[in-house]
Ligand binder design. Structure first.
Ligand code: ZN
Length: 242
């Protein structure tokens, strides 16, 4: 079985469509998993939610999803993020709000635990360092854990100590050999200085997870963001992958 792992779509339909088209080109996936933050920042909340609801067999809630439906205090968001969260929230139908309100914070499936931030604190914590990864190791029971939230592809491999890797497109992990915490990177707002949409594919037969990058029409998204009156910095940062 092949599983596509998507995180931080952030209402960016063009990036999401490019990822799904790229996935099909590579043979598709039996299931698509979503690590949260389908909403926030971007201009296409309805379209992204619709695709996630149809395509994703597993989906957890992210901080921006909860912010958009008023289930999370956005006073800690920066001004631009808060504005975009309110804008996204204002677009939602009652049905979409109910869907988001029903999303779990943590899901276990086979060898994986899925969360948005971290298994210790699924909504808010970023796992950016080996120390943070090691501290989280006792908070999930499965072999591996999949996280999003930082929008940067990274993996933590637990051997005798924890080693960290910053993967590029095509980097392959052999998951059978060690325990891992893996972040596939962000679909809709990458922040590792590479503006291409990021995702990963897990192949259960081969036991491999491969990181993927795909270009998309960033200017089309920026035009829609400007039309919607979303903050300029949020559209500009897409060009830089920041
Ligand atoms: Zn995010």
């Amino acid at each position: 079985m092949r599983y596509a792992i998507l995180a931080d779509i952030h209402a960016n339909l063009t990036a999401l469509q490019a990822v799904l088209a790229d996935l099909e080109k590579q043979g598709g996936a039996d299931e698509v998993w979503c690590l949260g933050d389908t909403l926030g920042y971007g201009p296409d909340p309805h379209e992204c939610l619709e695709i996630v609801r149809v395509r994703c067999s597993l989906c957890v809630a992210g901080n921006h999803d909860l912010a958009a439906i008023g289930k999370l205090d956005i006073s800690t968001f920066n001004q631009d993020a808060a504005r975009a969260a309110r804008w996204n929230g204002n677009q939602l139908t009652q049905d979409e709000i109910s869907f988001l309100a029903g999303l779990p914070l943590k899901v276990e499936k086979g060898d994986f635990t899925l969360v948005h931030g971290s298994p210790r604190e699924p909504v808010w914590e970023y796992i950016m360092s080996a120390r943070e990864a090691e501290e989280n190791l006792t908070y999930f029971k499965t072999c591996h854990c999949l996280v999003g939230h930082s929008h940067a592809p990274i993996y933590f491999k637990f051997g005798e100590s924890c080693s960290t890797g910053k993967p590029s497109a095509g980097t392959e992990l052999k998951l059978a050999d060690y325990r891992y915490i893996v972040n596939p990177g962000g679909v809709g707002q990458p922040r590792d200085s590479d503006p291409r949409a990021a995702y990963a594919v897990y192949d259960s037969e081969a036991g491999t997870l491969v990181f993927q990058r795909v270009s998309y029409d960033i200017s089309a998204v920026q035009t829609r963001m400007q039309k919607a009156g979303l903050p300029l910095w949020l559209s500009e940062r897409l060009s830089y992958g920041q």
